[in-house]
Every structure is written in structure tokens, then in C-alpha cells.
Design a protein around this ligand. Structure first.
Ligand code: ADP
Ligand code: ZN
Ligand code: ZN
Length: 740
């Protein structure tokens, strides 16, 4: 049998990771017998009174655990390791770096059936005639045993076949096959799927590359087989995807696989169909809509090398790959690459770690790169490829600010905006409006006494939904019916402000007769709804499109000629140092949806602060000018990428406990004096109460990651033993992306 990765020599002891929140591995004696077992293998082990699946992380010659306490592992699940040395090393590194229990990290990287002990390879059970069967079956079976004879004849003709093929071809019941087996005429055997034969791939021609694209492709190709982190920095529509496709073609021709990470699969049907259109190569797409069996199949295809291109979201960074040659992260700035709960990791950062270990290049692509990635590219200019212009004939859109203080507005749509929309609709264009808020209105307010509807469990307003039928909390999901009047004085209440639903309603009234669609998480709940709506937009059946962030993520709308950002002001005055970066990215990304075909696009940005330096920079110098300014500011104030941070969060049902725990944690820090490590706080979280729990945080900052990691290694284990640590829920978020 062919094994993908060779096992090491058997050692007497195994260090095994088990799916528990405990931050340790467990020693076992190696299972009886001499079948191979070593790092990366899954084993059945006794754990308390249960029998569970564990992953061997190390073979050991000696164990610290006293011999009488050591139990033996039951058996290895497969005859080969489930994790390649490369995957195991990446996951172990990640558990250590992000301070998450190794057992949970390894388990989260496995499809569910494998967590429960399913074999790592798909086995097909086939049937064939035995030697006895070949000699005697047809000769000795009586003529009236029609079905038995039919099966024997079928196997004489076909040598081997699956039970379902045999039974359907001979129209026999399963009992007939068992009958033959009892007579010793047939036998079953397991055939493993053949591995590691790269399927033939065909590449179709794309458009001839322009000079900047050709240079980028050349730069990437020249680094195949070595670790380099490339930044492909090009405005929306500049042809980044075309560069990926060319680079991928080269990697496939070398017999290697490509891993592509994207923010959200549902929003990238265009990307996937372009991949399918260009390559006749098996593709595995890992997305949240797969059931366990489908996910396992895709995972196996990646691992066994059957899939040549693997596309997925964040967690696909852990896909096993037999012959990895290149990793691509599309829209690398996207916040979805950071996991915000449980095992808090950054798929983008792990891509760099993985590529470095493998000695392969990684390509980070974006029209609005993260400041981290930009700072890295500045230090290594040879890794930066800029695509300054839109590919083909598309021209860049024209950006204009609309001063909300100067103009009257209908439901948040300013008069000049209304006029511009009408002009574009009359000219046959498509119009897209962006607002970063779903629901009907963000506040329900009593004009009589000043009361407003709050969530009982969060420090937050309830959002009015469904044209004023429901109140929903966007933080904990709590839902209430709309009250008949003010809870305080019984006067009539009114929704204040706008969300996507209300904008949709206003647009219906303003532009009656123009077909309209709303794209947000509420309207796109049903499976397939988003694809269907995007297809209607592409066919021109929709003329006005209103939506949230979902609109900014990668979908190409070639006929949209006008984009309106309805409210650019959220984020201008946030306490989170990353808020301006997010805002600039969002504005530039939505703006990029305009005018991608022949017609020049227009972008209107509504604001009450047209003088704000961030907006002015964006307007005059684009994202590059903004990023220059923002990087200087981060450097002066000592924030990432010029520092590393980690956030210790705590929550409990009373407000004093989390702060007390964090203060004790803070006081412990004097025992671990590491130069440059600063502790800021503790302080209540920006939203102190959420889902009935009080939240507080303590921020750690250091000039680089090694002092921070050194500090965490000493401090966290001691902190975990604090008496308060058992009374609060706490977590550590290394390289936290959001300070809330
Ligand atoms: P991005 O990924 O940067 O948004 P795409 O690769 O999707 O850009 O390119 C935008 C559009 O321009 C697509 O329709 C693509 O087919 C087309 N395109 C890309 N490169 C070229 C080229 N060199 N010549 C002509 N058209 C191109
Ligand atoms: Zn009132
Ligand atoms: Zn709530």
C-alpha cells in the first residue's frame, strides 16, 4: 500500500493531543503490535472512562509519567499519518503562538467524520470470485439458481465490481451475494483510492497580459520553489485575478497544487467559474454549505493530490496538500480571515508561516492592502507588484463628496444624490447604494420624553426590523415585538435613522417602477438566494441595488455606473486604532464596483464631515495616500505593524469580577519583567455589557512578537491559576484585530 508520508520508527511512548480545553498533551504507551504509528497518526485512546480519538504529536523514548499510571493506546486508526509533517508542524506552531489548546486546534483542522474515527482514506469495497469460485461456481451451481449464476457470470466477466454494480446489473438481492460468499465462491476486499497521480490538467488561453500584469506574473514565477511573500496591489478591475490564473497555470504545469483563500465563497461564484473556465483541472471548493460527507471528500481530494486547486475560506488554510506549490490570498485585507472566537487565528498570517515552512511563495492580493502587508512590502520592494490601471478599457470612477449638512435629504438620501441616481437610471445605468447597517432603523425613539428602546442584555439600542414589526438586538440576537408606544410615557414612538430596509422603502417611493434588490444577511438567508439575485443583477433585471458590506466583497458588477456610500461617518471617530483603515478599505472597495465596463463610473460619498482629513486624503490621493498617512500615524503612536499586541478579555455576570481578575493579572506581570512589554488597562470593553455579561479587557503591547511571546509563556500559566480565573470566562487574543 502506498503511504503519503512515511512513518518514523516506532517508539515506546506517544504524546497524544486530545480534544479538550486542557492545555497539554497526554502520554500513552504505544499500542500493541508492530504496525506503524508516530507523529500525525490518529489513535484510539482511553481517556477517563471514554474511548476517544487522539492525534499523536510526538514519539517518545521516555515518559515523565510513572509507569503504573501510563495507559496504552488502543490502536492506530489508519496505517498512515492523517497529518503530514508540514500540517502537524503548522498546527502545533499555531497552537503555541495563539495560545490555544493543541487538542482543539488539531481537531478543528479535521472534517467531522475524521474527528469521530472515520478512516483517513476512502475505501471502496469490491467483490471478486475466489479461486474456488472461478473453478466451480458456474459448473456446480444448479440451473435454477438463476441469480447466483448471474452474479458468478458477471464476476467472471468483470473480474471485480462493487456490490451495487453487481446487484443492479444482475437484478439480484444482497442475500444472493452473501449466499455465494458462504459457499466460498466470492470474496470482498478493500481497494483504497489511488493516490498521488496528478490528473491531466488543461489550461485555456486568457486575454494577453498588459505590461504590469506580465511583470507581476514573471516576478511570482521566478520565485516558485522558494518562500517569498508577494503583494499584488491593484485597484479593483486591474486584472489581479488574471495574474493569479497565469501563476496557477505555471504551478499546475510543475505538477503542484494551489491553495486559494477568499473571504466568502457565496460571494465569489464569478471567481470560481473563471477558474473552472480556465482550467480543466480537478478543483475542491471548501465552503460552509458543504455537509460533513462532502467536506470530507474535498479534504481527501486535497490531501491525496486529486484536487489540483483548492479554494476555500479562512479555515481552508489548514487543508492538507500533497504537493503544495503556491498559496494565494485574495482580498487579503478582509477581516474575515481573522477568526474572532475560540481558536483565534489569522489565516493570512498563517499562510505566511505555512509558505515559509514549505518553501513556496504566497501571493497576497488586494486593492486596499492591510497596513501590515503594506509595511512588509515597503521593506522588500522587490515583492511588490502594482497594477496601477484597470485592465481592458474600463476607466477609473469619479469620486465626489456630498455634504449632508448643506442639503436636504429624503430618508438619508440627499437631494443631489437623488438627482444623480435619476440621471444614471434614465441613461440606462445600474445604481448601487451602500449602507453599513441592516434592518429598518437603528433606534426607536420617543420624541415626547426622550426614551429609546434598549436591549435588556446589552449596552445597545434595539434595531427596528421588518418595517417596524420587530425589535432585534444585533449583538445578542434578542427579539421583541414592537411596543405600541413609549414604555415610559406611552406617547407615539418613531424609528430614527436608516438601515437597508428603510432605504429600500425610500427608493421604491422615489424611483417607482425601477426593479430593486436588497442584499444583506436578512434578505439573503435562504440558500441560493444570493447567487440568484446576483445573476438577476448581471442580466440587468435589477436596476437599483441596496446593500451592506456583502456588496463590497469581490463580486464584479460591470453595468453599475453609480455607487453611493450613504453614510461614510461611522468609523471616523472610533476608539479602535484600526477603524480608519477599515473605513478607507470599505469606501474604496464599494467605489471600485462602479464602472467596470466601458462606461465611466461615478461615486458619491455622503458625509457630515467633508473636511475630515481621512476623506480628503482618499479623495485626492486614493488608498495609497491614505495608507501613507495612516502608517506614519501608527509608527508615531506605536501601534501595529510597528508593535505587536495581545488582548486579554474577561467576562462575567457581575461587573466587578472581570475587572478584578484583569487587575490581578496585571499585578502578576511584575514577576515577568520582559523589556518593552507594556500593559494598558484593565478597562471595561467599549460595549461593557453584552448578552447579559459584563466585559473588560487588558491590552498588551510590545515592540515585536518575541518579547510578547516570551512574556505570555511565563504569565499565562500563572494567570490561569488565579482564584478569579475560575470565576470569569477569559481568553487571550494574540494579534487581536478588534479592540472590543
Ligand atoms: P481584479 O481581480 O483586479 O478585480 P480581473 O482580473 O477580474 O481584475 O480583471 C477585470 C476585468 O478585466 C475582467 O473582466 C478581466 O477579464 C479583464 N482583464 C483582465 N486582464 C486583462 C487584459 N490583460 N486584457 C483584457 N482584459 C483583461
Ligand atoms: Zn416617552
Ligand atoms: Zn442584546
Amino acid at each position: 500500500m502506498s503511504r503519503l508520508w512515511d512513518a518514523q520508527e516506532r517508539a515506546p511512548y506517544l504524546a497524544v493531543a486530545i480534544d479538550t480545553p486542557l492545555r497539554q498533551v497526554f502520554d500513552y504507551r504505544a499500542p500493541e503490535g508492530d504496525s506503524p504509528v508516530g507523529p500525525g497518526y490518529r489513535v484510539w485512546v482511553p481517556f477517563g472512562r471514554r474511548r476517544v480519538v487522539g492525534v499523536v504529536v510526538e514519539s517518545r523514548e521516555h515518559s515523565e509519567v510513572p509507569a503504573e499510571k501510563l495507559r496504552a493506546a488502543f490502536e492506530a486508526i489508519d496505517s498512515e499519518p492523517t497529518f503530514s509533517p508540514d500540517s502537524l508542524a503548522l498546527l502545533t506552531w499555531a497552537a503555541e503562538y495563539y495560545r490555544h489548546p493543541i487538542g482543539e486546534v488539531l481537531t478543528s483542522a479535521l472534517p467531522v467524520p475524521l474527528r469521530n474515527g472515520a478512516p483517513v482514506r476512502q475505501e471502496t469495497i469490491l467483490w471478486r470470485l475466489t479461486a474456488l469460485g472461478r473453478e466451480e461456481a458456474l459448473a456446480k451451481l444448479p440451473a435454477r439458481s438463476v441469480r447466483l449464476r448471474a452474479i458468478a457470470q458477471y464476476l467472471a466477466d468483470h473480474a471485480q465490481a462493487s456490490a451495487s454494480d453487481i446487484l443492479s446489473s444482475t437484478e439480484s438481492p444482497a442475500s444472493a451475494l452473501r449466499n455465494l460468499e458462504q459457499r466460498g465462491f466470492v470474496e470482498s476486499f478493500a481497494r483504497e483510492q489511488s493516490a498521488a497521480v496528478p490528473p491531466v490538467t488543461t489550461v485555456r488561453e486568457g486575454p494577453p497580459l498588459n505590461e504590469a500584469q506580465a511583470a507581476a506574473v514573471e516576478r511570482i514565477q521566478s520565485t516558485l520553489g522558494t518562500f517569498v511573500s508577494h503583494l499584488l496591489y491593484g485597484v479593483t478591475g486591474s486584472g489581479k485575478t488574471e495574474v493569479y490564473l497565469h501563476a496557477i497555470a505555471t504551478v499546475l504545469a510543475r505538477g503542484q497544487q494551489v491553495l486559494v483563500l477568499v473571504p466568502e465563497i457565496a460571494l465569489t461564484p464569478q471567481l470560481i467559474s473563471r477558474f473552472r473556465g480556465r482550467f480543466d483541472a480537478p478543483l475542491a471548493v471548501l465552503h460552509s454549505g458543504l455537509n460533513d460527507t462532502e467536506r470530507l471528500a474535498a479534504w481527501r481530494d486535497a490531501r491525496e493530490g486529486t484536487a489540483r486547486i483548492v479554494i476555500g475560506t479562512r479555515s481552508a488554510i489548514f487543508s492538507p496538500l500533497l504537493q503544495p506549490g503556491l498559496i494565494i490570498i485574495d482580498e487579503e485585507h478582509d477581516p474575515s480571515f481573522k477568526q474572532q472566537d475560540g481558536f483565534r487565528y489569522s489565516a493570512r498570517d498563517l499562510a505566511l508561516v505555512r509558505a515559509q515552512r514549505l518553501g513556496i511563495p504566497v501571493v497576497l492580493g488586494s486593492a486596499t492592502p492591510s497596513l501590515e502587508t503594506l509595511a512588509r512590502a515597503r521593506k522588500q520592494p522587490e515583492t511588490l507588484s502594482r497594477l496601477p490601471e484597470r485592465a481592458g478599457s474600463a476607466r477609473p470612477p469619479k469620486l465626489l463628496l456630498v455634504d449632508l449638512r448643506k442639503h436636504g435629504a429624503t430618508q438619508g438620501i440627499a437631494t443631489p444624490t437623488v438627482m444623480t441616481i435619476r440621471r444614471h437610471l434614465d441613461a440606462g445605468g445600474q445604481v448601487m447604494l451602500f449602507i453599513n447597517r441592516r434592518g429598518y432603523a437603528p433606534v426607536l425613539f420617543c420624541p415626547n420624553c426622550g426614551w429609546s428602546a434598549h436591549c435588556r442584555r446589552c449596552d445597545a439600542h434595539l434595531t427596528v426590523h421588518a418595517r417596524g414589526r420587530d425589535l432585534i438586538c444585533h449583538h445578542c440576537g434578542a427579539q421583541e415585538p414592537m411596543p405600541p408606544g413609549c414604555s415610559n410615557c406611552f406617547a407615539d414612538v418613531k424609528p430614527v435613522g436608516q438601515g437597508t430596509e428603510r432605504i429600500e422603502e425610500a427608493l421604491h417611493q422615489l424611483f417607482t417602477g425601477f426593479p430593486l434588490a436588497r442584499i444583506d444577511r436578512d434578505s439573503m438567508r435562504r440558500k441560493g438566494e444570493l447567487e440568484a439575485t446576483l445573476a438577476r443583477v448581471d442580466r440587468g433585471e435589477i436596476r437599483i441595488l441596496v446593500g451592506t458590506q456583502m456588496l463590497t466583497k469581490g463580486h464584479d458588477f460591470p453595468n453599475v455606473t453609480l455607487v453611493v456610500v450613504l453614510n461614510a461617518d461611522q468609523g471616523l471617530f472610533s476608539t479602535d486604532f484600526r477603524a480608519p483603515e477599515r473605513l478607507a478599505q470599505t469606501i474604496v472597495q464599494v467605489a471600485g464596483r462602479a464602472g467596470r465596463a466601458e462606461r465611466q463610473g461615478e461615486v458619491l460619498i455622503q458625509t457630515e464631515y467633508p473636511e475630515h482629513p481621512l476623506l480628503k486624503l482618499l479623495l485626492t490621493g486614493g488608498y495609497a495616500a491614505f495608507a501613507d498617512g495612516a502608517l506614519t500615524e501608527r509608527e508615531q503612536s506605536g501601534w501595529p505593524p510597528f508593535a505587536r499586541i495581545a488582548l486579554l478579555r474577561a467576562e462575567a455576570t457581575t461587573s466587578d469580577l472581570p475587572l478584578k481578575f484583569l487587575q490581578d493579572a496585571h499585578d502578576l506581570a511584575v514577576d515577568f519583567p520582559i523589556r518593552g512589554v507594556e500593559l494598558l488597562g484593565p478597562a471595561p470593553a467599549p460595549m461593557e455589557r453584552r448578552a447579559g455579561r459584563f466585559r473588560a479587557q487588558l491590552l498588551l503591547r510590545a515592540p515585536s512578537h518575541s518579547p510578547l511571546q516570551k512574556f505570555l509563556s511565563g504569565w499565562l500559566p500563572v494567570l490561569a491559576m488565579l482564584p478569579e480565573a475560575r470565576r470569569v470566562r477569559w481568553s487571550i487574543d494574540v494579534d487581536a484585530a478588534e479592540l472590543s
